[in-house]
Design a protein around this ligand. Structure first.
Ligand SMILES: NC(=O)c1ccc[n+]([C@@H]2O[C@H](COP(=O)([O-])OP(=O)(O)OC[C@H]3O[C@@H](n4cnc5c(N)ncnc54)[C@H](O)[C@@H]3O)[C@@H](O)[C@H]2O)c1
Length: 268
């Protein structure tokens, strides 16, 4: 039996590859044998990471810009002469965005449009540009969504709606291109400790989520990277159109579990 989670000979694009989850995924994919295009709007950070990874290149990407997104795919394919995996992981994030993105009654339409332009339109453009190459390699796409795409919350109405749209994009691509040998899946992280998260959410908010987690800690970027590498590998060869929730069980339990612990204890 072979180690099906190996990615030897594969070429992957990781968008947002200079960030927390994207960086961990680019590292893990390289360890598993892939060559990676680290694509990010923060080119210096992408170059620094690519410099550490065997065979990797850095590519500047502005996911909000159609031409830049198409050029990212073209540059990677020109360099590596093939494309097997597109990991759409970049998103519009940051403390000001998280602060401004609240409930619908107070929604700024410019923020809504920007969120959808980057997260949804940009990801669709990346998929559109990659699909002809993935058809040749019988490759696959993994989109990073969020467990907030599956549950209502008091905050981030634009972000969570955009991630829900990406789940449907995932299924649409899986349906249209499955017979051509292309798979498309999504990974849905819960709150995951990355520099972006630490900036955006203060300790009390993180502790509230940790209380809802069924494990003994919040997730870390490497947890998500493992899920992405699995979905991108031959081990997941019969999985397509799926959402793999990777949130430590946060969205898997009855409402109010944090309060129920005081009645029944953790092991009741
Ligand atoms: N960290 C969490 O708690 C969490 C939870 C659920 C989902 N996610 C998702 O995981 C993904 C990665 O998040 P992260 O926590 O690693 O954040 P991060 O900020 O560490 O990484 C995001 C990267 O995307 C890049 N980026 C931002 N805008 C871009 C653009 N227009 N074009 C190209 N690159 C751009 C940033 O420069 C950054 O390197 C995102 O899709 C996010 O929505 C994160």
């Amino acid at each position: 039996m072979t180690d099906a989670i190996r990615l030897d000979g594969r070429v992957a694009i990781v968008t947002g590859g200079a960030g927390g989850i994207g960086g961990a995924t680019a590292r893990l994919m390289t360890l598993r044998g892939a060559r990676v295009a680290v694509a990010d709007i923060a080119l210096e950070r992408a170059e620094a990471l690519a410099g550490e990874l065997d065979g990797a290149i850095a590519v500047r990407l502005d996911l909000g810009d159609e031409r830049s997104t198409e050029a990212m795919v073209a540059t990677a394919v020109q360099h590596f002469r093939r494309l097997d995996i597109l990991h759409n992981n970049a998103a519009l994030l940051g403390p000001e965005i998280a602060e401004a993105d609240g409930d619908v009654e107070n929604m700024d339409t410019a923020l809504w449009d920007r969120t959808f332009a980057v997260n949804v339109r940009g990801t669709m453009v990346a998929c559109r540009a990659a699909l002809p190459h993935l058809r040749e390699s019988r490759g696959n796409i993994v989109n990073t969504v969020s467990n907030l795409a599956l549950q209502g919350h008091l905050i981030q109405a634009a972000y969570s709606s955009s991630k829900a749209a990406l789940i449907q994009l995932t299924r649409a691509i899986a349906a249209s291109h499955g017979k051509a040998g292309i798979r498309c899946n999504a990974v849905a992280p819960g709150m995951t400790v990355t520099p972006a998260l630490l900036e955006a959410f203060p300790p009390p908010v993180r502790e509230a989520v940790e209380d809802e987690t069924l494990r003994d800690r919040l997730g870390v970027a490497e947890d998500i990277a493992e899920a992405v590498a699995f979905l991108a590998s031959d081990a997941a060869r019969n999985i397509t159109g799926e959402v793999l929730v990777c949130d430590g069980g946060c969205s898997a339990h009855v409402p109010g579990i944090a309060r129920f612990r005081s009645f029944f204890g953790d092991n009741a």
